[in-house]
Design a protein around this ligand. Sequence first.
Ligand code: SAM
Length: 211
Amino acid sequence: MDKVNNYLENLLPESEEWATALEKQAISGKVPIMERQSIHFLKQLAQIRQPKHLLEIGTAIGYSALQLHNACPQAQIITIERDKDRYHESIRNIKDQSKEDQIQVIFGDALEVLEDPGIKAKTFDFIFIDAAKGQYKRFFELIDPLISKDGIIVTDNVLFKGYVVNEEGINDRHVKLVKKIRNYNEWLSNHSGYITTFIPIGDGIAISLKK
Ligand code: SAM
């Protein structure tokens, strides 16, 4: 698989200058952001769907939010981040690109923010989950009422470094997490309200289409 991944990685177009700068910023700050293949795929999906209202759980430094904005400039994006330093970093990065009118970053734990009446009153046609992996099921339950019919929910890291399929070499603190992701994937694939496809790209992506 590494060879296939390297091959596919080499086929990707070069990142734009601002994106390369954020990729470097993420590496130097040890901030996990989406892998290049995954972000390329996510952007293309957004480009095809052209959502108007997009929600992201897990902003980090604003990389994927800015990339999504790039793919669908007409979309209003709301993104949630609970880490204070990352929240401030994302605000800076979004301001640097003059995108603060299109991308709103909310500081807080998504599990609380998603219970806020202001958020509950909204509808989204594209939701991207990329936050604490152990809470994916809860995130999904909270956003289920917010997604429009035919809307799409994308979840990243559903294969978690391949450990979901093969636990060889896994460290102890990840065993529970892997179990949770596996449960989430099974729950998702059996969810009667959605059709889900799992894509083995990057860290594994699930695309759930609301019926
Ligand atoms: N989507 C980002 C990107 O690709 O540029 C990367 C997000 S990073 C993988 C996950 C982020 O989710 C972290 O910055 C973490 O602090 C945040 N996070 C984790 N659990 C969260 C929660 N319950 N509410 C809000 N943010 C959360």
